[in-house]
Design a protein around this ligand. Structure first.
Ligand code: FMN
Length: 189
């Protein structure tokens, strides 16, 4: 059982990274293999809107997007975690989703991941109001559905602006670890 943990923050050492680290640790304790990718570490261009992929099911641009898609293909479970940026997902994640248009079922032919993959959406915000996190989760789940990935669970946490807000909060750290353990329990018998 292999899990791909996709960090949609530009930062590979911030709060999103910490949440995914705890979830990944819980997965590994159950014997799952994990791989973490931070979109902020990658280089990829915006979708040009050329619609070539509507005819070819392939993107005309070749960059790190293909690398992420290859890792998605190899994973059984894909977790995508985004911090709240202006009430929604980060620009890095939106740009990545747009580049997945060769996989969009809105046109034929289209590329497709193998069937049977499951998805976990994760969101975090500085504000205490959960509404924006819920929008982020819905956005990620919509992406999963269009990619043929079945959403299986989600997790969000509010009130985390700085790294200290998360790391000094034992309750939040325990909660996200518990979330990871519960997912692993469901997947690994
Ligand atoms: C450009 C930017 C925009 C943000 N917009 C929001 C926002 O609209 N609402 C909110 O609650 N937090 C917002 N935040 C706070 C982040 O969601 C929060 O600090 C999060 O913990 C950052 O995760 P990271 O350390 O993994 O990048 C914003 C942060 C940045 C840098």
């Amino acid at each position: 059982m292999k899990a791909l943990l996709l960090n949609a923050s530009p930062k590979n050492n911030g709060n999103t990274a910490r949440l995914l680290e705890l979830i990944g640790d819980a997965f590994q304790k159950k014997g799952m293999e994990t791989q973490t990718i931070c979109l902020g570490d990658l280089h990829y261009a915006f979708c040009k809107g050329c619609r070539s992929c509507y005819q070819t099911a392939e993107c005309v641009q070749h960059d790190d997007v293909q690398l992420v898609l290859e890792q998605m293909e190899q994973a059984d479970l894909i977790a995508i975690a985004s911090p709240d940026y202006w009430g929604g997902i980060t620009g890095q994640l939106k740009a990545f989703i747009d580049r997945c248009t060769p996989y969009s079922p809105a046109h034929q032919p289209h590329a497709a991941l193998s069937m049977g993959k499951r998805g976990i959406s994760i969101a975090l915000s500085a504000r205490e109001d959960p509404r924006e996190c819920k929008e982020i989760l819905a956005r990620i789940d919509r992406f999963f559905q269009r990619m043929g990935i079945r959403p299986m669970a989600n997790y969000y946490t509010c009130g985390v602006l700085t790294e200290d807000d998360l790391n000094n909060n034992e309750g939040k750290l325990a909660e996200v670890t518990f979330f990871g353990e519960e997912i692993a329990k469901t997947l690994v018998k």
